[in-house]
Design a protein around this ligand. Structure first.
Ligand code: NAD
Ligand code: IPM
Ligand code: MN
Length: 353
């Protein structure tokens, strides 16, 4: 039996609820598919911060590096500024482990009613490849004249050939493995004349090495129109950190709900454990009610299994997800009445069939 070391960080809000649901599913799966998860439970969260004055211990990255994968819920609390919680936990992990690519698939499943009238099952099947360490997320910038009418703040977007190229090569490799082998580069290289123009330059260089991938390029504003009006025309969407953050929430909504959208934060060279988490956050409006949709986290777990080489288990979990989305029960975000536990039990029954 293959054993995998998993660092488990449920975090805050519904993150705790959907990770708990996923652990139940994964417990049932281990004997069925012949793999073993050895968990390290890491309580790093807003509660931990209130007690210890920090979200993670100083050797957090070293602890994480001793694992094969990281399974993450969400971070954020109503009484802590979001820029503090995110810069204490999730962003230092993504950047500290150099998880340079964030892979965010979305598609319309049978049984899910998408919001667009022109869109049916099969019409939307995208892979958003979001750069994950650079751009506006690099933490560079500053403030001055605070508290005066002249207050100013800067947020520097930093892009490096190293970070761009690493991410783009990975995107092309993933595009190459998809049936349609199509890739769309998304930038804003009309108004942004430095970093975004560097993106274009690196892209032309990298594209030469992947002649079998059909590509085009678009500005980020225009691609939102295309996502809504011609969803079928897109396959892999290659974009920056901030653009990918926004486009992936749009993609999630267009495919039915943010409650099913997964993500994989990975170092394409596999020098660090991947971090797998739902796209959504702590969801203050529904936390503690037991009604969060756990499917985004189940799908993230399936991506984690695939990354760990457990293909059969990943496929098995995806089939169970497809079955439950088609036949129910569904949570409120998908128009159903079920709670987290009922969806979890339905997934477990589907796995056992
Ligand atoms: P959010 O994703 O938490 O919620 C947006 C909306 O989607 C809410 O109405 C919520 O109820 C709904 N929703 C999200 N997940 C759902 C699910 N699984 N099932 C059903 N409905 C779901 O985004 P937000 O409200 O902007 O952020 C809340 C907090 O979470 C903030 O502190 C933010 O910084 C943080 N956040 C964290 C992460 C993360 O940890 N990766 C991601 C996004 C936001
Ligand atoms: C996401 C989240 C994070 C991001 C936030 C919480 C920092 O929105 O994973 O999409 O912007 O990357
Ligand atoms: Mn986001």
């Amino acid at each position: 039996v293959n054993a995998h070391k998993i660092a488990c960080i449920p975090g805050d809000g519904i993150g705790i609820e959907v990770i708990e649901a996923s652990i139940k599913v994964l417990e049932v799966m281990q004997p069925l598919f012949g793999f073993k998860f050895e968990y390290t439970d890491l309580p790093w969260s807003s509660a931990y911060y209130k007690k210890n004055g920090r979200y993670m211990p100083p050797d957090a990255l070293e602890i994480l590096k001793a694992h094969d994968a990281i399974f993450f819920g969400a971070v954020g609390a109503p009484d802590i500024p979001d820029h503090i919680s995110l810069w204490e936990l999730l962003l230092p992990i993504r950047q500290g482990l150099q998880l340079g690519s964030n892979v965010r698939p979305s598609k319309i499943f049978k049984g899910v009613k998408p919001p667009l009238a022109n869109c049916e099952v099969g019409d939307l099947n995208w892979l958003i490849l979001r750069e994950n360490c650079e751009g506006e997320y690099c933490g560079q910038g500053g403030r001055s004249h605070t508290g005066t009418p002249y207050a100013l703040g800067t947020e520097l977007a930093v892009f490096t050939r190293f970070g761009i190229e690493r991410h783009m090569r990975f995107a092309f490799e993933l595009a190459r493995q998809r049936p349609r082998k199509m890739l769309t580069l998304v930038t804003k290289s009309n108004a942004m004349r430095h970093g975004m123009v560097l993106w274009d330059e690196v892209f032309y260089d990298v594209a030469k090495d992947f002649p079998d991938v059909k590509w085009d390029k678009m500005l980020v504003d225009a691609v939102t129109i295309r996502m809504v009006q011609k969803p079928k025309s897109l396959d892999v969407i290659l974009c920056t950190n901030l653009h990918g953050d926004i486009l992936s929430d749009l993609a999630a909504a267009l495919s039915g709900s943010i409650g099913i959208a997964p993500s994989a934060n990975v170092d394409p060279e596999r020098k660090a454990p991947g971090l797998f988490e739902p796209v959504h956050g702590a969801a203050f409006d529904i936390m503690g009610k037991g009604i969060a949709n756990p499917i985004a986290t189940f799908w993230s777990a399936a991506e984690m299994l695939r990354w760990l080489g457990e293909e059969k288990a990943a496929d098995g979990l995806m089939s169970a997800i497809e079955h439950v989305l088609e036949h129910g029960p569904l949570t409120g975000d998908l128009g159903g009445k079920a709670n987290t536990e009922q969806v979890t039990q339905a997934i477990i029954s589907a796995l056992k069939q």
